[in-house]
Design a protein around this ligand. Structure first.
Ligand code: GTP
Ligand code: MG
Length: 100
């Protein structure tokens, strides 16, 4: 079993939550409800016969990445660190803006 943590980072209202909802639940809504804190979703899939579990961390919008709490980016499953290793095993995404 392969496990990956994906963190959605980006400014307000760029479409992070919408992207996750479309990917996980195949739904889209044009209502805007700003994310408070973090919302975690799980997506399981099979890639080349291997089970893959993706934990999608949809983090509240911020324009300055420096303000993201390191504990939210830390990969606690694979590289536990008392200091909370920022960015370990974490992919930043959500550069896509609204307006498709
Ligand atoms: N037309 C269009 N609208 C989109 C698209 N993606 C998101 N939106 C709209 O943009 C608005 C904001 O989307 P969210 O997914 O909530 O944005 P967010 O980045 O999660 O926002 P925060 O949680 O505040 O950081 C919503 O009204 C969505 O319906 C898109 O691809 N096309
Ligand atoms: Mg959101």
């Amino acid at each position: 079993m392969i496990q990956k943590k994906i963190c959605m980072l980006g400014g307000f209202a760029v479409g992070k939550t919408s992207l996750v909802a479309r990917y996980v639940s195949s739904i889209f809504s044009d209502k805007y409800l700003s994310t408070v804190g973090v919302k975690i979703d799980k997506k399981q899939l099979n890639v080349d016969g291997k089970d893959v579990t993706m934990m999608l961390w949809d983090i509240y919008g911020q324009d300055d990445f420096q303000t993201v709490q390191p504990s939210q980016l830390a990969n606690e499953t694979f590289s536990p660190s008392p200091a909370g290793a920022a960015g370990a095993g974490c992919a930043a995404g959500a550069g896509a803006g609204a307006g498709s």
